[in-house]
Write a protein that binds this ligand. Structure first.
Ligand SMILES: Cc1ncc(COP(=O)(O)O)c(C=O)c1O
Length: 394
């Protein structure tokens, strides 16, 4: 039995995992196009070209690009008329931007618990949290798996709630064949560096509603009307435009996007089966209604009692030493973050989110871009750590 890498032994894996972001000649050529055009800002033709490509891919009527996936959420809330005095239902197990956007428009985030096997909003609990002040819900398709939209959409409709999808993790995800980001009133994507489609920073909005699209465009363009005069401003707005550089990079990234989406799913399938074989940590449920899963994260649930009492963080430390770069993800629910704690928010009891912060293990999407057989290194490292559990616990 070889020594744990944590104690000086040879690691299971020393080969590097795929880098992220990935790039090549395509990016260089697009950047050169932007440079030579002399039009570097948001009115470069490539911006419109990319928006059209993203809209077409999603069979959406409108795509509006933006600087990031936080301000897209804020813009979506604003154009849906959400403001002071309103409540917006959000999960407590997500990146802080989801709830910050609610506070930025002066509304109150209402934290509702997540499901134990997906970490997505629990729709039954959403129903119980609706009050006369509730104006919107932000389903976060966490890690790339959609919230149960079959139940959420009719519930939202019955209560007249705006549905703003936070699809920051769900590029390429589909639900019964319908692309994530087009299931609600407005879909929001992030293109920040870690995301499955990236320009370093950036954001995207999708909608099928002409009026909302015009308002989103206007908000992103200082309150101008599409096609209107430059110094004529009709609404309160800001400048959310992405640059030509970003659009050029994104058009190039799109050429690899489908292959990467397929590869991540292939690797995830293999991981699901080998984790079962080794009786490892439990993978999250891959809902059969999700026919494409972006796998922005591959998440597992760790139970120390199945690993001789080894605490999760020590398990992660040992795996990392073996060359498996995993993490425990968020270590507290959002309502325990200073700017979001009550009275800035309203909090339902969220025992599942609390448990998720204790039990989750995350692998980032670039790991899944390796050859699917390379997932076996992850299982091998877990088996090795389990064999040495006594040395780690004592
Ligand atoms: C779920 C979620 N929503 C929103 C955002 C915000 O996106 P951005 O960083 O582009 O502002 C992120 C990540 O960064 C995220 O993970």
């Amino acid at each position: 039995m070889s020594e744990l890498a944590l104690f000086g032994g040879a690691p299971v894996r020393s080969k590097p995992w795929p880098r992220w972001p990935q790039w090549g000649e395509e990016e260089a050529a697009q950047l050169q196009r932007v440079l030579a055009s002399g039009e570097w800002g948001g009115f470069n033709d490539l911006v419109g070209e990319f928006e059209a490509a993203w809209a077409k891919r999603h069979q959406a009527k409108h795509c509006i690009s933006a600087v990031n996936g936080t301000l897209t959420l804020e813009a979506a809330l604003r154009v849906m008329g959400v403001g002071p005095g309103d409540e917006v239902i959000v999960p407590p197990y997500t990146f802080i931007a989801t709830a910050n956007a609610v506070c930025l428009v002066g509304a109150t985030p209402v934290f509702v618990d997540v499901e134990p096997d997906t970490y997505n909003l629990d729709v039954e609990r959403v129903a119980a949290a609706i009050t006369p002040r509730t104006r919107a819900v932000i389903p976060v398709h966490f890690a790339g798996l959609p919230v149960d939209m079959d139940r959420l959409l009719p519930l939202a409709q019955a209560h007249g709630l705006a549905v703003i999808e936070d699809a920051a993790h769900a590029h390429g995800t589909t639900w019964h064949g319908t692309p994530a980001g087009t299931l609600g009133h407005i879909g929001s994507f992030s293109l920040q560096q870690s995301k499955n489609l990236t320009a370093g920073e950036g954001g995207l909005l999708l909608t099928n509603d002409d009026e909302l699209a015009a308002k989103l465009w206007s908000f992103a363009n200082q309150g101008r009307n599409p096609g209107g005069l430059w110094y004529e401003h009709h609404l309160l707005g800001a400048n959310l435009r992405m640059t030509g550089w970003q659009a050029g990079i994104l058009l190039a990234q799109l050429t690899r996007f489908d292959a990467q989406l397929a590869r991540r799913q292939e690797s995830a399938r293999r991981l699901n089966s080998i984790l079962e074989e080794i009786d490892g940590p439990l993978p999250m449920r891959w809902d059969t209604r999700c026919d494409n899963h972006a796998f922005h994260l591959y998440m597992m649930r760790y139970d120390p009692t199945r690993f001789g009492g080894l605490p999760r963080d020590r398990f992660i430390e040992a795996l990392r030493a073996e060359g498996i770069p995993c993490s425990g993800g968020y270590y507290r629910p959002l309502y325990h973050q200073t700017p979001l704690a009550p009275p800035a928010s309203r909090v339902d009891e969220c025992p599942v989110a609390e448990q998720a912060c204790r039990e989750a293990i995350w692998l980032t999407q670039n790991i899944l871009l390796a050859e699917p057989e390379e997932m076996d290194d992850i299982a091998e490292a877990m088996v090795k750590v389990r064999e040495h559990v006594d040395a780690l616990v004592n």
